[in-house]
Design a protein around this ligand. Structure first.
Ligand code: UDP
Length: 271
């Protein structure tokens, strides 16, 4: 894969959100190229809920679409795209990309910074990750600090976090603050982050790496039923999970809800 080809690949627009139509294996190659290229890259991982929020918020959609790589982290997105005959190839999760980034860091001698989750969680995640991958985590910080993504302009705390990331020298940054805080943190600070080559907004990944939250068993993931596992574990998510049938209903009713954007078309819609 050439160093420019990944910037101009096929995409699928779902309402206002433009997702890269990549397989997980292709996304891995893209990440490896990004780490080799000395500039800042941002990766966002919208799920069905996020796409529905962006449907009603053009500005947020533009922010998500501004990433260098946007993957479809929700089975609802894949199902919806197929209903409109513009199929997304597969679900590519932020969790799987994050684990691959840890492997990549270990392989290439790169350093990772963990930002997010409740106090103590990132430290535990670091200890567990380093047991498996060696000394790859250059720094950690919890996700509860005053910052522009929380409506606080001119926060010393945000500046201190950016400074800690810069001093760590990390080239890979995990930002797990939930949507849309993590996307806003990355966008607000992209020019100030000196060594970071890949920043990924990855939600609750640190909770899973720390053993605080569990990912669904493999069988649920393979059957595209991770949402069901989460619902069983946490029934209070029901109102959030209802977004999937609501999303599919809106896709069915709106023939312009999904379109393919071919890389050979210079960004214009294929359908
Ligand atoms: N979080 C954070 N700072 C905040 C809000 C949330 O660090 O101001 C963390 C939270 O502790 C958890 C993650 O963000 O680790 C939640 O991410 P996710 O996208 O999975 O949110 P959920 O789907 O659970 O709402």
């Amino acid at each position: 894969m050439s160093s420019t080809s990944w910037r101009d690949r096929d995409k699928i627009r779902v309402f206002n959100t433009v997702v890269d139509n990549v397989l997980f294996e292709e996304a891995k190659e893209i990440l490896e190229e990004m780490l080799d290229e000395p500039r800042f890259h941002k990766i966002f991982t919208p799920n069905t809920e996020i796409v529905m929020t962006c449907r009603d918020d053009e500005k947020l959609a533009c922010e998500v679409n501004s990433a260098d790589l946007v993957v479809a982290d929700g089975i609802g997105l894949v199902m919806g795209s197929k209903m409109r005959d513009c199929p997304l190839l597969e679900r590519v999760t932020g969790f799987d990309l994050s684990v691959f980034l840890l492997e990549l860091a270990a392989k290439k001698g790169a350093k990772v910074f963990f930002l997010g989750a409740e106090p103590g969680v990132a430290e535990t995640a670091k200890a567990r990750v380093e047991e498996k991958y060696g000394d790859i985590v250059a720094g950690v910080h919890h996700g509860y600090f005053k910052a522009r993504h929380g409506g606080c302009e001119d926060s010393d705390e945000e500046a201190a976090v950016v400074d800690a990331i810069n001093r760590s020298g990390a080239e890979i940054l995990f930002v797990g603050l939930g949507f849309p805080k993590q996307e806003k943190f990355i966008l607000n600070n992209q020019d100030a982050l000196e060594h970071v080559r890949i920043a990924i907004g990855n939600g609750g990944v640190l909770d899973v790496l720390a053993g605080k939250a569990k990912r669904a068993p493999e069988i649920f993931i393979r059957c595209n039923l991770e949402w069901l596992y989460r619902l069983i574990k946490n029934p209070s998510r029901l109102s959030r999970q209802m977004v999937i049938p609501k999303f599919l209903w809106k896709i069915r009713r709106d023939k312009d809800s999904v379109s393919a954007i071919s890389s050979t078309q210079g960004g214009s819609d294929a359908k």
